[in-house]
Design a protein around this ligand. Structure first.
Ligand code: SF4
Ligand code: SF4
Length: 297
């Protein structure tokens, strides 16, 4: 067919060129509506103290030393740090009693790192007191007032494996369409209200991260993304990494995952904006809730 010849389908009287670009709406409503079920198996470990017999198999299987089991048998204590967890399910697979189960939870972002710690069998007094509810509410109110309905974020890769970047870039795709929420990923820190930081912060990236933070005008938010951004993740302990964003910058919101799925990132950003209540408290989610929280007015 020559370039000037009309394609056969366009000769049909009912053919409309717009048909080629029309299609179903692919954008998920979350966080304004329910999230879609996650693709693939559930990956968030959840621990049942009633079923645990303290064999310690989970701690031995964990590649990031996220689990600590002290003692043996029913009287043992269990500690799981979701900030170190890479959501590999190894602990779930080796647990002989089914005390560890994988759940599809993703609304795990927190403003206080201590809320990422799951503890059973230890005196609660051994955990430092959390940020009082009143202070959390005041901070969220201030953020709502300062940033209004929109947020410009500069993404900084501080040495990640790029897994988190894939998920961050997915936010801009039609499936998630970040901009419909008034949230923009911008190219310059001078245009940003905050930083979205991935990676364990390598020694080589420290200066760049500090300069980017200084170039961001006040007031500003910092969101640490992924196990790496929280604790160094699988790179923790390497002399080439500093072990998380907090080693360099003050962090406002932590988003666990390896990598966090786009819904988890959206939830973390929404939490930073004070549009949702934090769901994870002291490592516990309110049972029975699996839908998106209602949007605040
Ligand atoms: S799912 Fe998390 S806690 Fe369990 S073995 Fe993997 S990294 Fe460790
Ligand atoms: S958290 Fe996981 S996916 Fe993200 S940068 Fe670290 S290793 Fe990669």
């Amino acid at each position: 067919m020559s370039e000037t010849e009309v394609p056969p389908e366009t000769r049909h009287s009912s053919y409309r060129p717009a048909d080629r670009v029309r299609g179903p709406i692919v954008t998920h409503p979350f966080p304004l509506g329910p999230a879609r079920p996650p693709a693939g198996p559930a990956r968030t470990p959840a621990h049942s103290a009633q079923r645990c017999e303290g064999t310690g198999a989970c701690a031995l299987a964990c590649p990031t030393q996220a689990i600590d089991v002290k003692g043996k048998g029913r009287g043992s204590s269990f500690r799981l740090d979701l900030g170190r967890c890479v959501f590999c399910r190894a602990c779930v697979e080796v647990c002989p009693t089914g005390a560890l189960q994988a759940r599809p939870d993703f609304e795990l972002a927190v403003t206080d790192l201590r809320d990422l710690i799951v503890m059973h069998g230890s005196p609660r007094g051994s955990v430092a007191p959390s940020v009082p509810e009143r202070m959390r509410a005041e901070t969220q109110e201030r953020v709502r007032r300062l940033f209004g309905g929109s947020l410009a974020l500069r993404e900084v890769d501080a040495g990640s494996c790029n897994g988190c970047e894939v998920e961050v870039s997915a936010l801009a795709w039609p499936n998630y369409d970040l901009e419909r929420l008034g949230i923009h990923l911008v190219a310059s820190p001078r245009h940003a209200d905050g930083l979205l930081v991935t990676g364990p912060v390598t020694v080589n990236m420290r200066l760049a991260l500090e300069k980017t933070f200084r170039a961001t005008p006040e007031p500003k938010l910092v969101i640490a993304v992924g196990a790496c951004g929280i604790s160094g993740g699988p790179f923790r302990g390497s002399p080439e990494v500093l072990g998380g964003v907090a080693s360099v910058l003050p962090v406002d919101v932590w988003v666990p995952g390896c990598p966090p799925r786009p819904e988890a990132l959206l939830y973390g950003i929404w939490l930073a904006l004070g549009r949702v209540e934090q769901r994870l408290r002291r490592g516990e989610l309110p049972d029975g809730e699996r839908t998106a929280p209602a949007r605040k007015a």
